[in-house]
Design a binder for this molecule. Structure first.
Ligand SMILES: *Cc1c(COP(=O)(O)O)cnc(C)c1O
Length: 370
């Protein structure tokens, strides 16, 4: 730690992204990325003209990308903010509307980035426990008396809140800001975009990283009323006016217009999700029903969750274990990849289970013999 690091930062617990090891090829199902490539329109959009354009600063108003996203979702560009991933959009929301001491509530089991934002901006982060079945305690949010950030559908639980319930939280008090992070909405959630023109206090955030197969391009966007978007743009112009690089803007415009391509990919993911859920149940695991591109299942008592995660890694498959979160200790989260990948995961899981059963039986026998 340097002499200059701020007081209070010395024990900072940083966000822990899914590992990206390179010691061997892995099937990567630990960060909810898509196993499908971006739309072919993206390749076409990367022309030598676009490459040469990189010599110049891009349009800091991101006009064309905002117009295109707006057209897809039925909003004028004045209601669209674009950022370097949804994570940066949320960071600009924090910088614009939150300061030290402000309170913000979220689910206790959710995207860990909200906690690190709250830490960085010195907010009072209120964790509201999800219910036993991992659904959101909507009444607790309605009555929490502070601003709210919700992943909907939630990560890592895969559970969604109906729009009518989000509306109850938003409608309770127009002076409370409600941020709805819809990173997974395209896989089966209900979008809260219809609430944007009805209420002055909601921001919906979406991303290209999951359903549009472009996590590496870093494109996220927020949709809200014009005043909120103006505020965020002004803050952006004070911090990082050229936040989204020109190439990402060009491919972002091309990709979002190729609705057919990405809805086909989503359909394939949903099909493989159904297959994987069925196989998990057949193996004897209990699953948390999901409307996302990942499945959370309970590994225990069949096998410890950390052991299953570890063994899968040894078999070349990366999945996610959230050991730091007490309520997640028995669970494993698996991103839904291509069908062939999911079949391989199932085959490997069966092997791992079988091996574990045999070892356990042998240990019992040894104990009985001694
Ligand atoms: C993956 C994820 C994001 C990240 O979005 P980026 O656009 O890649 O920054 C945001 N929110 C949730 C809930 C996520 O799971």
């Amino acid at each position: 730690m340097s002499y200059f690091f701020l007081d209070g930062y010395e024990n900072m617990e940083t966000y822990n992204p899914g590992e990206q090891p390179h010691d061997r090829p892995y099937i990567k199902l630990n960060a909810n990325e898509s196993s499908y490539p971006p739309s072919p329109a993206v390749t076409e959009a990367i022309s030598s003209v676009e490459i040469n354009n990189m010599a110049y600063y891009e349009d800091p108003y991101n006009t064309k990308l905002r117009e295109t996203i707006g057209a897809v979702y039925g909003f004028p560009k004045e209601q669209i903010f674009v950022g370097n991933g949804a994570d940066e959009v949320i960071a600009f929301i924090m910088m614009s509307f939150f300061r030290e001491g402000f309170a913000i509530a979220s689910n206790d089991v959710t995207y860990d980035f909200y906690r690190t934002y709250a830490q960085t901006f010195h907010l009072d982060y209120k964790k509201i426990p999800v219910k036993e079945d991992f659904t959101t305690d909507v009444d607790a949010f309605v009555n929490c008396g502070c601003d709210v950030i919700l992943a909907n559908p939630n990560n890592p639980t895969g559970k969604a809140i109906p729009m009518s319930d989000v509306e109850r939280i938003v409608a309770k008090d127009p002076k409370r800001l409600v941020i709805v992070d819809e990173a997974y909405v395209d896989f089966g959630g209900e979008s809260c975009l219809p609430l944007v023109d009805k209420y002055p206090n909601i921001i919906v955030v979406q991303t290209y990283s999951k359903s549009r197969n472009m996590a590496g391009a870093r494109i996220g966007f927020g949709i809200a009323n014009k005043d909120i978007i103006d505020d965020m743009r002004n803050v952006k112009f004070c911090v990082s006016p050229f936040n989204l690089n020109s190439l990402s803007q060009a491919i972002g415009i091309a990709a979002i217009q190729d609705e057919k391509y990405y809805s086909d990919c989503i359909e394939k993911v949903i099909g493989s999700r159904r297959y994987f859920e069925t196989e998990l149940i057949r193996m004897g695991f209990s699953i948390v029903p999901t409307v996302t591109n990942f499945v959370l299942f309970k590994a225990a008592p069949l096998i410890p969750a950390d052991l299953m995660t570890q063994k899968l890694k040894e078999h070349g498959i990366l999945v996610r274990y959230f050991g730091f979160e007490p309520r997640m200790r028995d669970y494993v989260r698996v991103t839904i990849g291509k069908q062939a990948e999911m079949e391989l995961v199932v085959r490997n899981m069966k092997e791992i289970l079988e091996e574990f059963r045999e070892e356990k039986a042998a240990a019992i026998e040894r104990r009985a013999a001694s």
